[in-house]
Design a protein around this ligand. Structure first.
Ligand code: AHG
Ligand code: MN
Ligand code: MN
Length: 335
């Protein structure tokens, strides 16, 4: 048996792929390309303080947010690493208004890639963990060219999803629907090695993650839920710890390993909150469900939502199953 400690990402993906007789290896190839993009991004992230790549580009992105130079770099890297792979019919990025077509002289493939090239941008200059989030769908439209319809599929149609977190170490976490597996980059060999096989999120946690600065804007039922978490009469008999980094990938990853609930709710000012359905909520939703957790907008599983547009936002409650269930009970007035 191949020694587990040298289980590389590529080998793991191919072993996973062997479970599907119909698999053609295109899929493994796609994840390999994503891993390479991640290695090239982390190389810049790790030296960000030394080269002129910190700070703002002076542009605004489609979200109306100031674009960080690293955001732009990560976006360009993802497109350049994937557009000539022959694996995709189209892409969509947080940083670009419309879908990104594959150049006419490039071969197309059966997959669609949606991504947040750099999540947690506001933290870049402060050296706080950030990450790349990716979601993979199969093309559904007829004809060679990828079209918007291929991107606007519910999260339950994802064939793979995951993220790369640039933190104290660089980790790639992914699922193809067969559990969740974490790989840590060994910079000395430039390989992602299996470090967290079959990740399972605790059924209930002791952590809640939310930007309490928005508390006064929350619906009263949600305020009651948060007060319940901070009290002694809750399911764990002690106040939950508040952990909020302001980087979704970092907050999510910690809660995936330790247990807990991450919330970015809608409020009186932004009824759908801030986070995007297609390349933040859906991919992390596939990961959390595969790890035994739950994702919700307070009323239904987000993975059932039929997207209307690329950058639509959605209220997000994600993490340990029993914690998200409890949040729904409060929000729906059952508690
Ligand atoms: P991005 O950097 O891709 O725009 O995402 C930032 C998001 C997410 O990472 C984080 O959870 C959230 O912004 C924090 O928002 P607040 O500062 O409003 O709490
Ligand atoms: Mn983001
Ligand atoms: Mn981003």
């Amino acid at each position: 048996m191949f020694p587990k400690k040298y289980m590389t990402l590529s080998r793991h993906i191919r072993e996973e792929e062997r479970r599907y007789p119909s698999a053609t290896g295109v899929f493994s190839n796609l994840l390999d390309h994503l891993a390479l993009a991640g290695k090239l991004i982390v190389r810049e992230v790790n030296k960000a303080g030394l080269v002129d790549i910190l700070g703002l580009t002076g542009e605004m992105n489609v979200q109306g947010e100031e674009v960080q130079k690293l955001d732009d770099f990560a976006h360009q890297m993802m497109v350049k690493m994937l557009d000539h792979s022959g694996l995709l019919s189209s892409m969509a990025s947080e940083e670009v208004e419309d879908i990104i077509p594959i150049p006419p002289d490039m071969q197309r493939g059966p997959y669609v890639l949606l991504f947040d090239p750099l999540d947690g941008s506001s933290n870049i200059d402060a050296n706080v963990s950030i990450g790349t989030i990716f979601s993979i769908l199969k093309k559904v439209s007829a004809g060679e060219e990828g079209v918007l319809e291929d991107c606007l599929q519910p999260g339950c149609r994802q064939v793979a999803a995951g993220y790369i977190i640039y933190g104290s170490s660089t980790m790639l976490v992914y699922t193809t629907g067969n559990g969740v597996h974490g790989f840590t980059l060994d910079p000395s060999v430039g390989e992602f090695l299996l470090s967290h096989p079959d990740i399972r999120i605790p059924k209930r946690g002791k952590i809640f993650s939310v930007n309490l600065g928005n508390f006064r804007r929350y619906d009263e039922r949600l305020q009651n839920y948060i007060r319940y978490l901070m009290g002694e009469e809750n399911a764990i008999g002690q106040p939950y710890s508040l952990r909020y980094i302001g980087s979704l990938v970092a907050d999510f990853h910690r809660n995936l390993l330790y247990g807990g609930i991450f919330m970015y709710p809608g409020d009186s000012k932004n009824k759908n909150g801030k986070l995007r359905l297609l390349y933040e909520a859906n991919p992390l939703g596939m990961v959390v469900e595969q790890a035994g957790g739950k994702i919700s907008n307070g009323w239904e599983s987000i993975l059932e939502i039929q997207p209307r547009e690329l950058h639509q936002r959605v209220p997000l409650f994600i993490g340990s199953h029993d914690d998200v269930m409890e949040a729904e009970e409060f929000i729906q007035g059952k508690r």
